[in-house]
Design a protein around this ligand. Structure first.
Ligand code: AMP
Length: 176
C-alpha cells in the first residue's frame, strides 16, 4: 500500500501543535489513488450481502458514497447534531476536551440490515465506536468498519473489534 501511503499528505502541527494531520484530500484528488482506495476497502465484501454503507461526516461521506456505489447498496449519513432534518437517534461521545453528539435518521436502517461503516481514519476509535453503537441501536448488523488510515498507537481498532465488528484499514502511520 506504499502507493496509497504516498498519496496522503501530512500536515504537521494541525489543527494544533503535536498533531500530524493525515490529509486525504491529496488521495481523493488523485484518480488512481481514489479508485485504488475504494477498490481495496470493498474487496472483501464484493459479492457479499450488504444493504447499506454508513459514512461518518464529512470525509466518510466521500469514501462511503463511492463504496456504496461500488457495492450497489444504499448510503446512510451519520452527522453532527442538528444537521439531519427528520426524526433522529443520537449518541454523545467523548472528545479530547468535552463531548460531541452524532445522529442518524431513525429509519435509515431497518433491523437485521447488514451495514458497513466508513470513515477516513481511525485514531482513538471514539468516533467510530459511537457510530457503531448508533447503528446497532437501530438493529443493524454492522459487518465491518473500514478506514483508509489507522493510527495503531491510539488503539482504536481493538475498541471496534470489542463490539464484535471486524475492522479493515489500508495504511498505518506512527504517532497521533
Ligand atoms: P477518533 O475518534 O479518535 O478515532 O478520531 C477519528 C476522527 O477524527 C476521524 O473522523 C478523523 O477524520 C479525525 N482525526 C483524528 N486524528 C486525525 C489525524 N491525525 N489526521 C486526520 N484526521 C484525524
Amino acid at each position: 500500500m506504499q502507493f496509497l501511503r504516498d498519496a496522503i499528505r501530512t500536515i504537521p502541527d494541525y489543527p494544533k501543535p503535536g498533531i500530524a494531520f493525515r490529509d486525504i484530500s491529496t488521495l481523493l484528488g488523485n484518480p488512481r489513488a481514489f479508485r485504488r482506495a475504494v477498490d481495496e476497502l470493498v474487496q472483501p465484501y464484493a459479492g457479499a450481502r450488504v444493504e447499506k454503507v454508513a459514512g461518518i461526516e464529512a470525509r466518510g461521506f466521500i469514501l462511503g458514497g463511492a463504496i456504496a456505489h461500488q457495492l450497489s447498496c444504499g448510503f446512510v449519513p451519520i452527522r453532527k447534531k442538528g444537521k439531519l432534518p427528520h426524526q433522529t437517534v443520537s449518541i454523545s461521545y467523548a472528545l479530547e476536551y468535552g463531548t460531541d453528539e452524532m445522529e442518524i435518521h431513525v429509519d435509515a436502517v431497518t433491523p437485521g440490515e447488514k451495514v458497513i461503516l466508513v470513515d477516513d481514519l481511525i485514531a482513538t476509535g471514539g468516533t467510530a465506536t459511537a457510530a457503531v453503537q448508533l447503528l446497532q441501536r437501530l438493529g443493524a448488523e454492522v459487518v465491518a468498519a473500514c478506514f483508509v488510515i489507522d493510527l495503531p498507537e491510539l488503539k482504536g481498532r481493538a475498541k471496534i473489534e470489542a463490539l464484535g465488528v471486524p475492522v479493515r484499514t489500508l495504511v498505518a502511520f506512527e504517532g497521533h
